[in-house]
Design a protein around this ligand. Structure first.
Ligand code: NAD
Length: 473
């Protein structure tokens, strides 16, 4: 495992064998029945306690994120804060698991629904949010009464171990939360394991597709969130300075390694020149440096390979006919580590690789279009559908965008519309395989099965024992 800020190897990750994955699943299976039978108030109490422990360990978790992922401290603390929202939501599990009840559906017959846990569920998570994305999954999964097996990214795996310790300290019984470090071998065992009932995945689109196809073939319930190419549409009436601020923070924040990062700016009509000028003016103030340095606003990329890949898109864009307004390779950045300055490409068109591929780095592409309709068409023609944003002062235009755009999360004058913890997170099209979004109410639905009970009790007046009711026979 790298230290992305120094370029040095900092440790080695021992990858789980198939036998180790099996042992984790077995421990989870053994712990499940007692946890399933544990009262809602006790499960909720464990989550409340976990919330307090995560809160008390914010800095510790953030420093692990900075050391292994490279993100700056403010970003790392923000990630922990968003994870806390998901724990807080799951604390309300007694309310969230309430079923429905229809009295007297037929004479003397009542019908009601209850939600029951699935059993053993697994989570496979990406490198870019090593605290938040696992919490998206396991907070609800455990609250619903399941046992959990986490396979975190092998690129920055340590935060998951601290989360496991905090769950144990919060009173979660042994066997209910298991971490297996691994790569494809461990993942493929999870996908086919007969004792795993459901799989939650977050990562790139090709792997999400593989996870969905393989795990569903093995009879599992699957939600697999994939990659993204998020567009931010700027209309000519928008607050251009505000839009430029938003584009810089949403395009370059966390080095562009966010699935909700803005990757394409769609400049409509006359907005393009002032918008590009305003972004260009802000670029020199984006301080690139080690995440642990309080002055840094953007840290390194995750690995040397990723640095090479992201850098190559700047040349590729130029070869394809884009104009390189800002070249991140020329920025003054620390020479050690996997640092890259921010880049801005203008005159990008939809047939270019820089437009089509998810670059996942600090490279913003500007596509110029003449009209709102052309902007909407561009967003909707893109195979991904994670997030999309519009910047405008026109309520009618914003409403039409919200109504017609093909994306799971939409921002109106908000560049990164990540839903709060009491909604659910997920994209459309190639950004999601399966039909359930993550965390919030959809998370509760994913981690439970509904059972509908139809009941008829004999009229007490017909009982063979005299209960004091008037006898009917
Ligand atoms: P990735 O797809 O390479 O890896 C994700 C997980 O899959 C890791 O745990 C990894 O070990 C495992 N994996 C990798 N290759 C595998 C293979 N061949 N077979 C089985 N398992 C494999 O993703 P990443 O690089 O860690 O994360 C970045 C990607 O995640 C980006 O595409 C980003 O958009 C996406 N992402 C999406 C969301 C979302 O909510 N839609 C959120 C965060 C990240």
């Amino acid at each position: 495992m790298w230290n992305p800020a120094t370029g040095e190897q900092q440790s080695e990750v021992e990858l789980a064998t198939i036998e180790e994955v099996d042992a984790a699943v077995q421990a989870a299976r053994a712990a499940f029945p007692a946890w399933r039978a544990t009262s809602l108030s006790r499960r909720s109490e464990v989550l409340f306690h976990f919330r307090e422990l995560v809160d008390a360990n914010r800095k510790e978790l953030a420093s692990i994120l900075t050391a292994e992922h490279g993100k700056v401290t403010s970003d790392a603390l923000g990630e922990v804060a968003r994870a806390l929202e998901n724990v807080e939501f799951a604390c309300g599990i007694p309310h969230l698991l309430k079923g429905e009840y229809s009295e007297q559906a037929s004479t003397g017959v009542d019908v009601y629904s209850i939600r029951q846990p699935l059993g053993v569920v697994a989570g496979i998570t990406p490198f870019n949010f090593p605290v938040m994305v696992p919490v998206w999954m396991f907070a609800n999964a455990l609250a619903c009464g399941n046992a959990f097996v986490l396979k975190p990214s092998e690129k920055d795996p340590s935060a998951s171990l601290l989360l496991a310790e905090l769950l144990k300290a919060a009173g979660l019984p042994d066997g209910l939360f298991n971490v297996v470090h691994g790569d494809k071998e461990a993942v493929d065992r999870i996908l086919e394991h007969p004792d795993i009932d459901a799989v939650s995945f977050v990562g790139s689109t090709p792997i999400a597709r593989h996870i969905y196809e393989t795990a569903t073939r093995h009879g599992k319930r699957v939600q697999a969130l994939g990659g993204a190419k998020n567009h931010m549409v700027v209309l000519p009436d928008a607050d251009i300075e505000g839009a430029a601020d938003a584009a810089v923070s949403a395009g370059y924040g966390s080095s562009g390694e966010r699935c909700m990062a803005v990757s394409v700016l769609v400049a409509v009509g006359e907005s393009a020149d002032p918008l590009i000028a305003a972004i260009k003016a802000r670029v020199p103030s984006v301080r690139v440096g080690p995440g642990s340095d309080a002055d840094s606003e953007m840290g390194p990329l995750i690995s040397p390979d990723h640095l090479k890949k992201v850098s190559s898109y700047i040349d590729r864009g130029q070869q394809e006919g884009a104009t390189v307004v800002v070249d991140g390779r020329r920025a003054s950045v620390p020479s050690d580590g996997f640092f890259l300055g921010v880049s801005l490409l203008d005159d990008v068109t939809p047939d270019m690789d820089v437009y089509r591929d998810e670059i996942f780095g600090p490279v913003l592409s500007v596509v110029r279009v003449d009209t709102f309709d052309a902007a909407l068409q561009l967003v909707n023609d893109n195979p991904y559908g994670n997030g999309a944003a519009i910047f405008t002062r026109d309520g009618g235009a914003a409403r039409r965008f919200q109504f017609e755009c093909q994306a799971g999360m939409v921002g109106i004058n908000v560049p990164i519309p990540v839903p709060v913890g009491y909604y659910s997170f997920g994209g459309w099209k190639a950004s999601l395989f399966g039909d359930t979004h993550m965390y919030g109410p959809e998370g509760v639905r994913f981690y439970t099965r509904t059972k509908v009970v139809t009941s008829r009790w004999p009229d007490p007046a017909t009982s063979s024992v005299d209960l004091g009711f008037p006898r009917t026979r």
